[in-house]
Design a protein around this ligand. Sequence first.
Ligand code: BGP
Length: 470
Amino acid sequence: MLYNKLKPFPDDFLWGASTSAYQVEGAWNTDGKGLSVIDMMNHSTESADFTVASDHYHQFKDDIRLFHELGLKTYRFSIAWTRIIPNGTGEINEQGLQYYEELIDELHRYGIEPIVTLYHFDLPYTLQENGGWENRDTIAAFVNYSRVLFSRLGKKVTYWLTINEQNTLILHPGAVGMPKNGELPSKKSLYQQNHHMLVAQGEVMALCHSMCPQAKIGPALNMTSMYQATSKPEDAIAAHNWETLRGWSFLDLATRGEYNYLLWRYLEERGWQPKIEQGDLKIIKEGNPDFIAINYYSTATISESTGEKSDVMPRAGDQQIMLGEPGVYRPEENPFLDKTKYGWIIDPVGLRLTLRKVYERYSLPILISENGIGAPDQLNDDLTVHDTYRINFIKAHIEQIQQALTDGVEVFGYCPWAAIDVVSTHQGYNKRYGFIYVNRGEFDLMDLKRVKKDSFFWYQKVIESNGAIG
Ligand code: BGP
């Protein structure tokens, strides 16, 4: 739809930026922190590990001062479960609680609204050793951990996110590292894990509402739209298959508390249905989110798969590169769209489409909790970083958010990935996303100095003008 005049961004629009604990903090074994699955995974020897990351744990005050200079209205970060309860259950680590309390206080001192993710990929390793999310006991562990946070930080935090990208954890578990034994869990196990996460999430959302009545809580999923490759009806079915299995089925459960019929048939057909205990569905249904957070990076183009093995692409997949599944969907190239250096399709209009679809289906306000472009930025001798590609990427996406707002979609915040350079989930340090450059290499930690990129100064103006970037 074309409009003569676009709606302005609302005055209280939350312009922000994101990070996650294990990708930014470092200090992997400091001040009583326990080991997480991330600390114990096999990571590629060609890229940085997460032990020091961006050293935000030690430098958070200086970093927040920079976030303030950038003009952020909000900062989305995650809490490392292993700093709070080092073994997942049992003893609480006061130093961990103090750290996040100070961080939140520091944000408030600058008038920056904290958006807190409870769990962003870094499950305590002790829980993993006992079966991780496949073990039902992890539900109680997550609820207890969340209770500790709500009770200590509840008065200081208005926005909570439950689980970051549950669909990535279930559909692309390898994207967050390989277990030491080199084996990813079976699909049957993954869908059981999925079910337990949903029960845990349902309980935590209800708990948040009862303990912190002023707070709002919602899930954060990796959402995208699927285009059918041609007007062939079978391609439309395949695109619908994958859009449902990758996106809708997760959101249907998180928001409506219902197993999507198509997901259920897909699971039944393969013998992958989870064991559902009495009362589980009630708990899932009673956990009502106040909003939906979406991480949006790209779209995919899909054609029919007739069941041939070759419908799976012979290339590495990750959370954004679709691989194909015989009899379900086959990924195709999209001749209209470019890709990043890492093969992720760049599709700003797809963001407008995804926002519309999510809003139409669930009628809940939407926070864009991630969106961004990974690139091997270069630091120049005069301490500049000319990341024009990032400015172009984010500008194009902000324009589409404004289109979606004009369409009538309720979007209340935008938190690009990332506030500052962080370690990528599986592609090292030099795949950078931040508005702030961190002077370190893949292995050489150098001086970890912070340098404002061109995109920093540009985003600063965007925020100052409340999105009047045209
Ligand atoms: C999302 C994750 C983030 C982040 C981002 C960029 O899926 O929620 O943690 O890392 O993707 O991905 P990557 O680091 O793989 O480039």
